[in-house]
Design a binder for this molecule. Structure first.
Ligand code: CA
Length: 233
């Protein structure tokens, strides 16, 4: 059974989410403030974290940033208040995998959890399916992407990529030389539940480039095709 940690100081939301997690076959655990939250994220090793931003003790951005800095790759869905547009972007830049605006419907939340779990869990399934067969590896200059183990290396050094950054890199690499529009990337990496949030693509490309040592305008690996999208050189 998948374990999901919710870090949220509003008791009503916490209880509503815990109830719905249980209804959908998840083991829900909860933290009421940021300090308890980050400590549970480390000790309980949840499969996914639902993370509020405005929290007593330690805010959601700092929690996300600290966990990622420690190499913790647990998928994180940020819970943001409706008018926190900047927070959405910051949340993603700090290594969150997704966000939901409050108030959200519990049905939508569960759908989003399932989508993130599917992407995250597909690794184990893929390994089972391809057991005994050669590993699928894409090489582009100094960049080596192992699709099965979801590992990427640049000049022999492992790249620390978030779930979405890896998926984005994979899609671009699989379509090397072909221009991918922002909408195509959004659809392939984030799924159809997103509508036109192409800024999400730009933010992730920017961070991916930084990790690849690419310049923001003239990338060696990821090139901007003006007015259209991106392509892997
Ligand atoms: Ca709060």
């Amino acid at each position: 059974m998948h374990k999901i940690l919710i870090i949220e100081d509003e008791p009503n939301i916490r209880e509503l989410v815990l109830y719905n997690l249980a209804q959908n076959g998840y083991e829900g655990i909860a933290a009421e403030d940021g300090l308890q939250g980050i400590s549970m994220a480390r000790s309980e090793k949840p499969d996914l974290i639902l993370l509020d931003i405005m929290l007593p003790g330690k805010n959601g951005h700092d929690i996300c940033k600290e966990l990622r800095a420690e190499g913790n790759k647990t998928p994180i869905i940020m819970l943001t208040a409706k008018n926190e547009e900047i927070d959405k972007v910051l949340g993603l830049e700090f290594g969150a995998d997704d966000y939901m605006s409050k108030p959200f419907s519990t049905r939508e939340l569960v759908a989003r959890i399932k989508a993130v779990m599917r992407r995250y869990g597909s690794n184990a399934e893929n390994e089972a399916n391809t057991a005994g067969t050669a590993q699928q590896v894409i090489k582009i200059d100094g960049l080596v992407i192992n699709i099965d183990s979801r590992e990427a290396k640049l000049d022999g050094k492992p790249l620390e990529l978030t779930l979405k950054e890896f998926d984005l890199l994979k899609v671009l690499a699989e379509n090397q030389g072909r221009v991918m529009t922002r909408d195509q990337l959004l659809d392939k990496v984030w799924g159809f539940e997103y509508f036109g949030e192409t800024r999400t693509v730009d933010v992730h490309v920017r961070y991916l480039r930084k990790k690849l040592g690419d310049d923001d305008k003239e990338g060696k690996y990821i090139q901007t095709v003006r007015g259209i999208g991106y392509k892997m050189a």
